[in-house]
Structure formats: structure tokens, C-alpha cells
Design a protein around this ligand. Sequence first.
Ligand code: RTP
Ligand code: MG
Length: 198
Amino acid sequence: MASDPAILGDLAPLGIDVVCCFRPLKDACLADQERHGYKPRTPAARFPFRDDLRTFDRMAIERTFSILKPDVTRRNLTGAVNATIEKAGLRIIAQKRIRMTPQQAETFYAVHKARPFFGELVETMTSGPVVVQVLEGEDAIKKYRDVLGATDPAKAAAGTIRKDFALSVGENSAHGSDAPETAAIEIAQFFSGNEIVG
Ligand code: RTP
Ligand code: MG
């Protein structure tokens, strides 16, 4: 019987998370995973023994890449935007102020190369200093996109960075990665591992 306290005591040193052997709690674990948008990839991953839960925990804490754009540094709003980021529960675990070169901006926004606004985008991103950041937190990628608000500040929800600070679509104050893959690529473009202190 998995619920027998003696057996549970024996299982714990073996690395088995006995708590999740209880069916109701196992179901609660899965519900929690789904609530956070975590889709178990394999049947094994749905079996929430300790290692699987650890994997889940690691997946829930994400890192995302952020840029405070030149319109923010120009208007001395770095601290104000950072306060919004931190109030949202995201930790700034790396940060530096740089002047982006046209080549860096072109590489960074290469996905938009064919778009009519590409030239203007590169020009805007290189028009003044930017603050590049790594943010960490639970569900950080989606959370930061939500905190940023819509690309067009006129369509951004109240309380978002773009609603509160942005000037226009082109000068929309901040960038946030849109997926785990792009977050990893973007972080690696601007930070080396020893600059990130989580
Ligand atoms: P970002 O990459 O900067 O976080 O912005 P986003 O995901 O919300 O929007 P995205 O479609 O990736 O566009 C990148 C940036 O290009 C500028 N843009 N201008 N003139 C236009 O129609 C236009 N559309 C986009 C914006 O500054 C946007 O943030
Ligand atoms: Mg984007």
C-alpha cells in the first residue's frame, strides 16, 4: 500500500517523492502543471515522481531577454521600467547599458529583415543607449510579454510598460523574447555565462 507510512518512509531515501504517490495529490500536481501551461511530453513525464517534479520545477523558472530601448534611456526611465519589471515578480539577474551597433541590431531583429519597417527599426535601436537584461522568474517569457503589453502602445492594456511609457510602435520602450528558443539565442548574443548571476 503506497499510503502506508512505513512504506512511505522507506521510499523517501530512494528519491521517490512519496507525497505525489497519493492519487489526489498526483492529480493536483498535474492540474498545477497544466495551469502553468506545462504540457508533459511523455507518459513518463506525467508520472510525478521526484525527478519528474524537479524537471517541472526547473521548467517553471525561466529566463527571458529584455531590452530597454533608446526611448527609455533618453527619457531617464530605466529605473521606472525596472520597478514595473520587479513588481511583476521578475528578477533582473543580468543588466548592462550598451550602444548597439547596426550589425548587432540587424542580427537581433533578422526575423524582420524583409519587413518594410526593418530599416527604421535598426535606426531606432541604434539611436541611443539601450539596457540589455536577463530576467528570471516563474513563466518569465510569457509573464514579461504580458507586462510589456501590445506592440502598439495604443492597444496596450492599462498598467503595462508600453501603455505607461511607450511613445509609438517604433518607440515602444522595451523588448521581450517571445519563446524559450529565442530567449536562449538572444541572451547568448549579449551575455556570457559569468555575467548572469541568478
Ligand atoms: P519586440 O520584438 O521589440 O519585443 O516587439 P514585438 O515582439 O512586440 O513586435 P515584433 O513584431 O517582434 O516587432 C519588433 C519591433 O518592430 C517594431 N515594429 N514596427 N512600423 C511597424 O509596423 C512596426 N511593427 C513592428 C516595433 O518597435 C516592434 O517592437
Ligand atoms: Mg518580437
